[in-house]
Design a protein around this ligand. Structure first.
Ligand SMILES: C[S@@+](CC[C@H](N)C(=O)[O-])C[C@H]1O[C@@H](n2cnc3c(N)ncnc32)[C@H](O)[C@@H]1O
Length: 252
């Protein structure tokens, strides 16, 4: 099937509503600021986001397209050429991180609500209380590019439904969207590693259909302000990253 070479029909958010900061720059600045982290990335593709990781990094993708030295600046990098489902089923994730929890996870693999929710729930088993999980493409620009089935070259998929699901059914977590280009980053914090019974939320996805209400009601934080003055701007995420910084200083 040929894909439409555009963003798709049905404008939801104007490009001017996004910050001038690209999401890759957020990664670069986060790693510059917080240094070596235990980092898991689901969906690596060419390694554009993975290249910024510092510390111990693990990447998962069934079709890597890396053609440059993405390992630079890392103490360790291991890549698993498999789907995220196979990764979580077949790999001892804790062992891959030398028995330590994951500090930062980026979910950017298959962009359907079901898969991103499954990825999120799998990742949650390996976090500590100050971990941060980011999901890409939470602010879709057009209705067509936000469908679960891909018809447009630029496609964010229905990851937005995962964002709604977490907002509505996980009040224990803090969920905040950054307005970085081209389609936002969802930042999730407030994890409780002692929690044994994280509910399976997949059944709730079918109820989530109203994309316009989601976009209108989304609390979007300024990426520029977040990067300039992290703790003040995104209180919970900033505080979490601040605690992460303390933890890393203690560890080093
Ligand atoms: C948008 S790209 C990732 C881009 C990368 N994170 C970056 O920012 O530079 C999405 C990637 O997800 C991978 N992918 C697709 N299905 C997947 C799955 N089930 N599990 C893991 N990765 C998957 C694709 O092969 C593709 O390389």
């Amino acid at each position: 099937m040929s894909l439409k070479p555009n963003w798709g029909e049905g404008r939801l958010v104007a490009p001017s509503q996004f910050s001038s900061v690209h999401y890759l720059s957020v990664f670069e600045q986060l790693f510059d600021r917080y240094g070596p982290l235990n980092y898991l990335e689901i969906g690596v593709c060419r390694g554009q986001s993975m290249q910024h990781a510092r510390g111990h990094a693990v990447g998962v993708d069934p079709h890597f397209q890396i053609d440059f030295p993405v390992y630079k600046g890392k103490s360790a990098l291991k890549l698993f050429q498999k789907t995220s489902d196979d990764f979580f089923q077949e790999v001892d994730v804790q062992q891959e991180f030398n028995g330590e929890p994951i500090d930062l996870a980026f979910i950017d693999g298959l962009h359907t609500a079901e898969q991103t929710l499954i990825d999120f729930q799998n990742v949650e088993s390996y976090l500590h209380r100050d971990s941060v999980v980011m999901l890409h493409d939470c602010i879709p620009q057009t209705i067509e590019s936000a469908e679960p089935t891909r018809t447009t070259l630029y496609w964010t998929g229905d990851v937005w439904r995962t964002a709604v699901c977490l907002q509505e059914h996980r009040p224990d977590l803090q969920v905040a969207a950054l307005d970085c280009r081209p389609s936002g980053l969802l930042m999730v914090t407030g994890f409780d590693p002692g929690r044994l019974d994280s509910p399976c939320l997949l059944d709730h996805l079918a109820e989530i259909t109203d994309i316009s209400s989601y976009v209108d009601g989304l609390q979007v934080y300024s990426t520029d302000e977040f990067l300039d003055d992290m703790p003040a701007q995104l209180k919970d995420v900033g505080a979490t990253l601040g605690r992460l910084e303390d933890r890393l200083i203690l560890a080093n």
